[in-house]
Design a protein around this ligand. Structure first.
Ligand code: PMP
Length: 360
């Protein structure tokens, strides 16, 4: 079929069965004589798609009744602005945990809107660990605490979430939503761009506790107000219909796999395989603190820029694509989201072993 193992950080590999189903239904969705791309977002057929997508996300993540699930455009990056616009109150402030490039961007956008401060940071060691949080600093004026659950570029993740008490915990979960079982009730708001574990780009999912909606301090643009989405079931304007449909297919696939508990086991198995290969190697290494390692994005490198380049090039010739590390970290990075089969990780480990034999 000519498919490769795609280790891209996102947009990322999708299961073949999802692509095949989209292909089968491309010219005529359920014998309607048109594709989902051509369908009115107000049609009853599309309404069923968006409702089913929400139902599946709710079921898979066990989202309590008191939360709303919103379908928004603009990527996770737009949430960097929407979160403070909607949650910051007069005289209030937000605390950000600075764990990498995406956290920094979230913080700098929040600063444009109101007072946003750093609660903890790991920039002293190039973001190779998750810092301890001093929760004593939170007070009545704290409107929310923002974390990045998984740091896509640096390869770290929160393995446990801080208890921020009555202050809402807001999470950018773009790169590890649905990869592990979480207790959604610990969060006030979770957001994620879809192009990793939720589907394709163009769609962002926001899961927000109901009591956080409708308290904006100023008259903000309609499209940036969460209330616009809750009042109109995410159909105030035309949503990214095809992206929502792909999310529905991917969520059905995830359910068939046994849901989040089952995929978590497999994700751990996949990540352990790769981490073990790095640990056992005399050529490859990782700087990330063991306890804080990501299950989704695994940076690794050799001491030589030339060997790193050669690795990426030769891996591609073997059907292992997109292994180049982010420019801020260098070396290689393997992103192994839910849809990456264990065979892909095994093929990567085999290639690493072979490369090491040749170059050590
Ligand atoms: N946050 C994290 C953790 C990410 O990994 C990314 C994308 N790689 C973003 C935010 C930005 O997402 P988007 O491109 O959807 O705006």
């Amino acid at each position: 079929m000519g498919r490769v193992y795609n280790f891209s950080a996102g947009p990322a590999q999708l299961p073949v069965s999802v692509l095949e189903r989209a292909q089968e239904e491309l010219l005529s969705y359920q014998e309607k004589g048109m594709s989902v791309m051509e369908m009115s977002h107000r049609s009853s057929d599309f309404k069923k798609i968006i409702e089913r997508t929400e139902e599946l996300i709710r079921e898979l993540m066990e989202i309590p009744e008191t939360y709303r699930v919103l379908f928004i455009q603009g990527g996770a990056s737009l949430q960097f602005s929407m979160v403070p616009l909607n949650l910051l109150k007069d005289g209030g402030h937000a605390y950000y945990v600075n764990t990498g490039s995406w956290s920094k961007k979230a913080l700098s956008e929040a600063k444009k809107i109101g007072e946003a401060k750093i609660l903890a940071s790991s920039d002293d060691q190039n973001f190779t660990y998750i810092p301890e949080l001093d929760l004593q600093q939170i007070n009545e004026q704290t409107d929310y605490v923002h974390i990045t659950t998984n740091n896509t570029i640096e390869g770290t993740r929160f393995t446990k979430f801080p208890n921020t008490g009555h202050v809402p915990l807001v999470a950018d979960a773009s790169s590890n939503i649905l990869s592990e079982q979480w207790d959604v009730s610990k969060f006030g708001l979770i957001y994620a761009g879809a192009q990793k574990n939720l589907g394709i780009s163009g769609l962002t999912i926001v899961i927000i506790r109901e009591d956080l909606i409708g308290h904006v301090k100023a008259d903000i643009p309609t499209m940036l107000n969460y209330e616009t989405y809750t009042k109109n079931n995410s159909l105030y304007n035309t949503p990214p219909t095809f992206a929502i449909y792909i999310t529905m297919l991917l969520m059905e696939w995830l359910k068939e796999q046994g849901g989040v508990a089952a995929i978590e086991e497999r994700n751990k198995e996949k990540a352990n395989l790769l981490y073990k290969a790095i640990e056992d190697s005399k050529l490859f290494y990782s700087n990330v603190k063991r306890e804080d390692r990501s299950l989704m994005n695994i940076p690794f490198m050799t001491d030589s820029d030339e060997l790193n380049k050669l690795f990426v090039k030769e891996a591609e010739q073997e059907g292992l694509h997109q292994l180049k590390g982010h420019r801020s970290v260098g070396g290689m990075r393997a992103s192994i989201y839910n849809a990456m089969p264990i065979e892909g990780v095994k093929a990567l480990v085999d290639f690493m072993n072979e490369f090491e034999r040749k170059h050590i």
